[in-house]
Structures are given as structure tokens and as C-alpha cells.
Design a protein. Structure first.
Lengths: 286, 268
């Protein structure tokens, strides 16, 4: 319980600091406080003064951050300048799409990564090792955006791209871990005693590698969310990655900072969950 | 695998040399338009054809490779220097300084890399000159990529601080800056080299992602990102397979970096 409270406190601190950093960046960005509406020749002097007064409340950085936090605590994430819609509504519409893509990508990446990492360790064949390493190595050299473009050209399901981005990272790490676990003395003893390959893997190799693999699971969530930007932008998937890209092109900083904070929260929660599960596993393995 | 590493380094040297001599090797300047032959197929005049604005693709590839291949190491150097400055100092001083620096590094590492990058990129003006866009893109990569390396260097500096030879140096009257400069920093070199080499392919790929998304180097200056953006217009009906040459070169160069850094990684 104490561990959980500590983790929650850490998440809140990181989010508060991240929010402050985001607010600072928005406040200091060139063009802050300037509104294109002021250039509208149809507006009279009073209207322009009213526009300026509406922004005057965000005079200093502290005031700006205070208002930002206050709005955030009331569930108001502001309004997107480019899309002219509340950020909350945009998130409600687009987050499920990204969650689905990321979930599918993680499932595919982990299934492929683990299966291809187990294959050379169990078969102990240099040929399998070379082929799987080559496949993962080549995929590791492709930018996520290029993979997305290639899928668009080939008319392949775009959601699978995230799986191909997660796969090489999982494979590389899992293969090294499993190889190390498979060379431990207790595994060699088990093999020498005549235990079958599947049983050795399930009872002696995987339990040793499980804590580190779980830690990697937390990291892979962050990786998949980051890759969602080019994939959704280029494959026209209406998720928050595409929203972030549109916001970046339109310099919609409030929307971008909110999106970054929300994705950070999701990745922090994933890392914390992985950490909380990993610790008891580590203790039992020790 | 020594031969593979040597071949990778040889290829990188060759590509770097050709790109460095782009002014002499390229058939035309990268922005020169041959308006009579837009979207031309490969010919003796244009070995990789021309793009939709009539610019020679080979020339753009050579200049673009030069931009990506030389500025990614520059960004990697910047991030490694920041990492050694921040991580090394934190590890050396220890206490609350170390805790604060590591908390800041944690904060940076919690933010998904591409989200952070496009957020900070969007804070800066987007309609800038090509030269400014190059500086902004690679300076951002350098400035935001320090956190992971700083953690490793901080942990290493901490271990070094409690090692016997540093204790002996302390006992001999060395302290403060001299201890850091003469005894700790030279021993951080292997980790620093490894972090530098690891960062280069990461930054090359990130620049390519940013370029394809239209947030990287501005036209008409080419980079791998802007060259790969052409693939957006690729269609099976008007198939121009030579459009894939920049992609093949990018994949081969990044693979070569991975092959070349293996030994550095191991020695660190």
C-alpha cells in the first residue's frame, strides 16, 4: 500500500512539474498573447480591447499556470484554437481509437517479439538466430513514418504498423534476456536431467526473465504511443497521434501540451503498474 | 563479426566522403529546377530521375544525406556533452543535487519522445528559412536527448567516486574540479563514446520521422526526412521504384551504425 501511495505521489509530482514546464513553454513561445482576430478589419476598437482584456488575466507565468491548473481541476482542458472544439470533447472522440491501435500494436509486437525470441533460444540453431535477428535488425532501421507510408502504399491494415515498431525492441531485449536465462546453471541441470524443452522454458527460463520483461512492457507503452503520431497522421487514423500532428502544424500549443500530459499520465500509470507487479516477482525469484 | 563491423565502418566513411564532396560529385545544385523534365525517369543526365519540381534526385540525395549524416552526429555530440555535464556533475556531487537531476531525467524519460519533440518544435516558429529549420531540428534533438545518457553517466560517475583510485586521489589532496577533470571524466569516456554512437541512428531516424511529418528541415534544403516525404505521392500505377533509393540508403546507413557501435557498446 505504501509503495502504491509512493508511486501515485510520484505520478502527481511528475504531472505537476510537466504541467508547469508545458505552461512555461506555452507562455514563452513566440506569438503568445497575439491573436489573429485582432487583424480582422470588421472589429471595432471596443471589440479589440475586449479581446485583449480576456487575455490580460494570463499576465504572468504564475497567473497563467494557476488558471491552467484551476481549469484542469474543474475538468476544463481548454479549447483547441485550430479545431475550435473543446479539448475534452476531442479527446473523448479520439482517445478510444488510439487506445485500440496501441493495444493491438502492443499485442502483435509482444506476440511476435516473444515468439521469435524464444525460437532461437529453444532451437539453439544459428540459422534461426540469424534470420530472426536480421528481421528485427532491419525493422529497427526503418523510421515509423516510413513503415506507415509503406503500409498505405501496400493497402495493408494500418493498425499493424505499431506492432512492427514494438516488435524489434521487444525481440532484442527479450532475446538477450532469455539467452542469459537459458545459460544459467539451474537450466543446464534441468536439461541434463532430461526435462523437455517446453517445460524448461515454462518453469526455469521464463520465471527468471519475467521481472525484466514486465519492466519492458511498461516502456513499450510509451514507445507505442510515440509511434502513434506518424502512423495515425500518415494512415489517416483519427486518434490523438493525428490530433497532436495537426496541433503541431497549427501551433495549437494548449492542445499539444494537454495531449502530451495525458499521454505522459498513461505511460506513467503503465510503468507504475509494471513496477508494482515486477517487485513481488523479483522477490519470489530471489 | 569483425569483418562486418569493418565493412560497416568502410561504407559509412565512403558515404560520408561522397556527401562531403557533393558540390563536385552532384550533377546539379539541389534546388536547381529542370522545368522541362519534371518527374523524369532515370537517364544519363539524371541518374535517379527528377522530382515533381524537376530537381535532380541524385543531387538532392547527396546533399540531403550530407545534412542528415553530419548533423545527427553534431546533435549526438551536443546531447552527450549535456549528459556528461548534467549526469557527471550530479554523480560527482551526489546528495540532493543527484536526486533533483535524476528526477528531472525521469520527467524527461516519462514524456514520450516524439510527443515531446513535436510539442517543443511547435513552440518555435514553423515558417523559417531552411538554414534556421536545420539548426532548430538538430539543436532540439541534441537538447532533448540528454536524459537517458545522463542517467547512465550519473550512475557510472557515482561508482567511480567510491572507487579506490578516487579515494586515493582524494587522500592525496586532490579535490573538487581537479578530481572531476583528471580522474573521473577520463574514466567516463567509454560510456560517453557508447552513448554518442547509440544516439546517432536514433537522431537520424527521428529527423526522418519529423521530416516526413513536415516538422523537420524546410524546403528547398533536402534531408532524409524531406526526401522520404516524396513516398507520400508514390502510387502503384505510376510506379517509380527509384523513389525508394533514399529509403534504402537510410536503412543501410542506420544498419551500419548499429553494426559499428556493437563493439563500443560492449566495451562500455
Amino acid at each position: 500500500m505504501r509503495k502504491l501511495i509512493k508511486h501515485v505521489a510520484r505520478i502527481v509530482t511528475v504531472l505537476l512539474l510537466g504541467g508547469f514546464l508545458g505552461a512555461t513553454l506555452v507562455r514563452l513561445a513566440p506569438g503568445f498573447g497575439v491573436d489573429e482576430q485582432e487583424l480582422d478589419s470588421r472589429l471595432n476598437h471596443e471589440s479589440i480591447q475586449a479581446l485583449r482584456r480576456s487575455r490580460a488575466s494570463d499576465g504572468s507565468l504564475a497567473e497563467y499556470y494557476f488558471h491552467y491548473l484551476n481549469r484542469l481541476l474543474h475538468g476544463d482542458l481548454g479549447t483547441s484554437r485550430t479545431l475550435q472544439q473543446p479539448v475534452r470533447q476531442l479527446l473523448a472522440e479520439r482517445f478510444p481509437e488510439t487506445l485500440e491501435s496501441v493495444g493491438l500494436g502492443l499485442a502483435l509486437g509482444w506476440t511476435l517479439g516473444l515468439a521469435l525470441a524464444i525460437a532461437p533460444v529453444m532451437s539453439r540453431s544459428w540459422c534461426v538466430d540469424l534470420l530472426t535477428s536480421l528481421l528485427a535488425g532491419v525493422l529497427l532501421c526503418f523510421p515509423a513514418a516510413v513503415l506507415a507510408l509503406l503500409f498505405v502504399i501496400a493497402h495493408a491494415p494500418a493498425r499493424l504498423v505499431l506492432g512492427l515498431i514494438v516488435f524489434p525492441e521487444v525481440f532484442r531485449y527479450a532475446r538477450n534476456l532469455l539467452e542469459h536465462s537459458a545459460s544459467l546453471p539451474h537450466v543446464l541441470t534441468a536439461r541434463a536431467k532430461g526435462l523437455g524443452g517446453f517445460r524448461v522454458l515454462l518453469w526455469h527460463i521464463l520465471p527468471v526473465a519475467a521481472p525484466q520483461l514486465l519492466a519492458l512492457a511498461g516502456v513499450s507503452v510509451s514507445l507505442a504511443f510515440a509511434a502513434a503520431i506518424p502512423v495515425e497522421a500518415l494512415c489517416d487514423l483519427p486518434g490523438i497521434g493525428q490530433l497532436a500532428w495537426k496541433a503541431a502544424l497549427g501551433r495549437d500549443l494548449e492542445l499539444l501540451v494537454n495531449l502530451t500530459m495525458i499521454v505522459t499520465m498513461v505511460t506513467l500509470v503503465a510503468n507504475t503498474a509494471a513496477d508494482l507487479i515486477t517487485n513481488p516477482l523479483r522477490r519470489s525469484a530471489a | 563479426m569483425k569483418w562486418a563491423r569493418m565493412a560497416a565502418i568502410g561504407f559509412l566513411v565512403l558515404v560520408s566522403a561522397v556527401c562531403l564532396l557533393a558540390e563536385f560529385v552532384a550533377p546539379a545544385p539541389y534546388a536547381h529546377q529542370f522545368r522541362d523534365v519534371p518527374n523524369a525517369a532515370p537517364s544519363r543526365q539524371h541518374l535517379l530521375g527528377t522530382d515533381d519540381l524537376g530537381r535532380d534526385r541524385l543531387s538532392r540525395l547527396l546533399y540531403g544525406t550530407r545534412v542528415s549524416l553530419f548533423l545527427a552526429p553534431a546533435a549526438a555530440l551536443l546531447s552527450s556533452l549535456l549528459a556528461v555535464l548534467i549526469g557527471g556533475t550530479a554523480g560527482f556531487v551526489g546528495g540532493w543535487v543527484e536526486r533533483c537531476v535524476m528526477a528531472a531525467a525521469d520527467l524527461f524519460l516519462s514524456l514520450p519522445w516524439l510527443f515531446l519533440l513535436i510539442t517543443v518544435r511547435a513552440l518555435l516558429p514553423l515558417n523559417v528559412s531552411p538554414f534556421t529549420s536545420v539548426v532548430i531540428t538538430f539543436a532540439l534533438l541534441g537538447c532533448l536527448g540528454w536524459a537517458g545518457a545522463a542517467r547512465v553517466i550519473c550512475a557510472d560517475a557515482r561508482t567511480l567516486c567510491s572507487s579506490d583510485f578516487v579515494l586515493l586521489a582524494r587522500a592525496s589532496g586532490n579535490g573538487g574540479f581537479r578530481l572531476l577533470w583528471r580522474h573521473i571524466l577520463p574514466n567516463l569516456k567509454p560510456v560517453l563514446y557508447a552513448q554518442f554512437w547509440i544516439s546517432i541512428p536514433v537522431f537520424i531516424l527521428t529527423e526522418a520521422n519529423l521530416g516526413i511529418l513536415g516538422l523537420g528541415v524546410a524546403e528547398p534544403l533536402p534531408s532524409w526526412g524531406s526526401l522520404l516525404r516524396e513516398l507520400e505521392n508514390f502510387s502503384a500505377f505510376s510506379a517509380q521504384p527509384w523513389q525508394f533509393v533514399p529509403l534504402i540508403l537510410l536503412v543501410v546507413v542506420v544498419s551500419c551504425f548499429h553494426l559499428a557501435l556493437q563493439k563500443q557498446e560492449l566495451s562500455a
